[in-house]
Design a protein. Sequence first.
Length: 551
Amino acid sequence: MDERISYFKQKGDTYIISASMGLLLSLAMVVFIVIVILVKGLGFFWPGDLLMVHLDSSKSYLGELWEEKSHYQNEQGDEEVKVNEIQLKIGNRDLYGLDFVWVNEDNIVEREYPKPATTFERWGYGNFYGIIQSLQLSENNIITDKDILFKEAKQALEVAMENRSKLEDLEENINELTSPLTKLQRQISLLEISPEAKTPDGKQKLGRMKEQAESIEADIADEYQQLSSQIEKLYRENASMFLTVKTADGRSKQIQLSDIVRFYQPNRMNVVSKSALYVSKLWEFVSADPRESNTEGGVFPAIFGTVMMVIIMSIAVVPFGVFAAIYLNEYAKQGAIIRLIRLSVNNLAGVPSIVFGVFGLGFFIYTVGGSIDQIFFSNKLPEPTLGTGGILWASLTLALLTLPVVVVATEEGILAVPRSNKEGALALGSTRWQMVRKIVIPNAMPGILTGVILAISRGAGEVAPLMITGVVKLAPSLPLDTSFPFLHLDRKFMHLGFHIYDVGFQSPNVEAAKPMVYTTALLLILIVVLLNLLAIYFRNRLRKKYKGATF
């Protein structure tokens, strides 16, 4: 027996088995996490049936069955009794002040799934659950007929949604119309509080600016009045359309149709109609803006900000990382100083990310951004332009964070290029730069892309540096839009990683936000995987192109 154990140790089988078991355990943990995220996240969009429970205390609740649990509690005589409870998402936060309630099953007198029970998804205050009693389209047009009430309410909602879209367009037009006047009035305000306003030249300048402001105001007055009249008319029309809804406890609530995103009666829906609604809500999640403190709606701004930040980070880090690796391997004289630099680069990979965030805040934002503001945007001070957090500084901070990864991976790719290829190029009369450009870089490109893959994987999931260099809970405008100069690198942005942190730990209603946390985490994983697959695709193509080389 001892001889067999010694034999297996000599062959190394025990180490191979241990390594394989460790790999299997790691894969099992990853699969388990992914399954949990899939189940918890994707199930959030399925329209759940509405359960009404009547309690022995004459209370009634209507909502979605959220969770069931059992526990033991001590009764008289220290006897442990099993207690079964269900958690209902009852919504109606503006009436009850809470979204969830636990109900002891022993206290339930009756359960039912009423067909007319309706789920209302609102722009604010979360979901509302109740039964539609009437629809008012105007002061003299009130519908109470149960047979046509739901259908008429659906049609009225389409009108309210169209009005809401028109209002957004009109308000945007007003903002564009008044934007020059607003900017000029701001300049006047800054000039009035500056020492220049007390000088003769300053007084003349201030007078000219006020005359210009009066002229602009006179030019836009008629158009502004027309737009304002249209907005007021739409607001009045929306205010006249509302539903009267009865809750489980008998209260009546008037809900304006313009405050509703969608409503449906899940207890009357079949699998096909629920599936269609599920797809619609899933598309809304990836294409719409967030609402209700980021716990509902979509995450498109966060998706856009994450992808754009990764692209800017990659554009910034790849040239510096590649040229640093080329210099260290092809140009620098190998010695103690180069070894120290390599050691420093390797140690940078282990520095906590928050330290890079503090450096980005101090160097990029306060030093570089502040200096740019003093030189190019002095007329806007004290309000900073680039001297505050933005997507540019956040991307450059993450570029520094991932720089060691790119340098190390590029060096490995360069070292894999056969020495005979380099010497052959030099022997044929090429300069060192020609040899690097024609031989080293193309053959090392798979290694460079490996560094980019690793940089994307780390950079896309970092949150701590972003919290102090530009990421925000809700960004009013995207960094890329149709207004000149189109790419606004000074703007703050949203990020999926920070969105997960904000919704999961800073939300006023953490319990209701849990599914959004899982769904956003799943989306972040998918985006990182897609970006990595794209880089892997190009790396494999380059490997095939230079398959004669040894990597």
